[in-house]
Design a binder for this molecule. Structure first.
Ligand code: PHE
Length: 325
């Protein structure tokens, strides 16, 4: 009797352990030429009443087998998955693989450290545009028209009187225009000159500061800059102030520090803000005085890390940059 065979098959299915055997059984019963499929086909020749009754029964068997097979298939699939997962167990004691992580660029890093130091010393952090006018870059800073001092800076002109700022001193007048003393400011950013060799890049970075009040003095400037260089290079760094010339400061000085091999290296320009510059900013030069200073950030980063070629900073060499993590 087919009912006994079906019942027998259902209990055989329950005991199976292989997907292949299960599939064979399925084909044997439910395949195109399977037992049940055939039996259902042969109903066609029966009278209608019998066809109905037998058809119902056979369809019930079919349903029974389908359910048993499906249930078993899920069970075997799960078992197979468990076996794979067990085999591929994660070894949590294995050492981690070295992952590549990014880090701050050394110039950015020096810049942020110094901005923080000056902020803690009461300087307000401001920003100015990289594309400047001749007025803010030169004229307002007491560079006379057609004076050779303008040629001290090989300038990238953009169009008309617009240029890429050659120093961050251009931010001075912009900020002085809308402030009343006393005030102290710090700015940092990109600067541009037509220059390129081991110690110069056409695009470099400066940090610029200024302080204007009724009592600002040159000795305050010396004290502040010595303190800042000691902070950066260590308390035993030797600092030298050497008389120099800038159109926008009087007196002016350049500041050198002594390197490990005993050489003096220039790191800063500074001075007392020229009365013409104060006047241009509507600040009374009789009542108020100011000092200003500008430092090359690339130069400071080179000295700090012993980098001999400034171009390394922009080479995009990951090996070089990874040293500063
Ligand atoms: N702007 C000068 C330079 O680029 C540096 C400087 C800044 C000098 C402020 C004096 C005062 O060389």
């Amino acid at each position: 009797m087919i009912v006994d065979q079906v019942n027998d098959t259902v209990s055989r299915i329950a005991g199976l352990t292989s997907i292949d055997e299960l599939e064979q059984l399925r084909i044997h019963w439910l395949g195109k030429k399977g037992q049940l499929t055939q039996a259902l086909k042969s109903l066609a020749s029966l009278p209608i009443e019998e066809k109905k009754e037998q058809g119902n029964r056979l369809n019930q068997y079919k349903q029974l087998l389908i359910e048993a097979i499906e249930h078993k298939r899920q069970e075997l699939d799960q078992r197979q998955l468990d076996a794979i997962l067990h085999q591929q167990k994660v070894d949590v004691t294995r050492p981690p693989r070295h992952a590549l992580t990014g880090s701050q660029h050394p110039i950015h890093h020096v810049s942020e450290r110094l901005i923080k130091w000056f902020s803690e010393h009461g300087f307000e952090y401001v920003l100015g545009p990289e594309v400047e006018t001749e007025y803010y870059n030169f004229t307002a800073l007491n560079f006379p028209d057609d004076h050779p001092s303008r040629q001290m800076h090989d300038t990238f002109y953009v169009e008309g009187d617009r240029l890429l700022r050659t120093h961050t001193s251009s931010v001075q007048i912009r900020c002085m225009h809308n402030r009343q003393p006393p005030f102290s400011l710090i700015t940092a950013g990109k600067t541009f000159r037509v220059d390129s060799d081991r110690t110069h890049l056409p695009m470099f970075h400066q940090l610029e500061g200024m302080l204007v009040s009724e009592s600002t003095s040159y000795s305050q400037l010396k004290g502040l800059l010595s303190g800042f260089l000691k902070y950066l290079f260590g308390s035993d760094v030797e600092v030298r102030f050497r008389p120099s010339y800038f159109p926008f400061t009087e007196p002016s000085a350049e500041v050198d520090i002594k390197s490990h091999d005993g050489q003096w290296l220039e790191v800063l320009g500074c001075g007392m803000i020229h009365p013409n510059v104060l006047t241009e900013a509507n600040i009374d030069p009789v009542k108020f005085r100011g000092f200003a200073f500008g430092a090359g950030l690339d130069r400071l980063a080179m000295l700090l890390h012993g980098v001999s070629d400034i171009r390394s900073f922009v080479s995009g060499d990951i090996g070089f940059l990874e040293q500063f993590k």
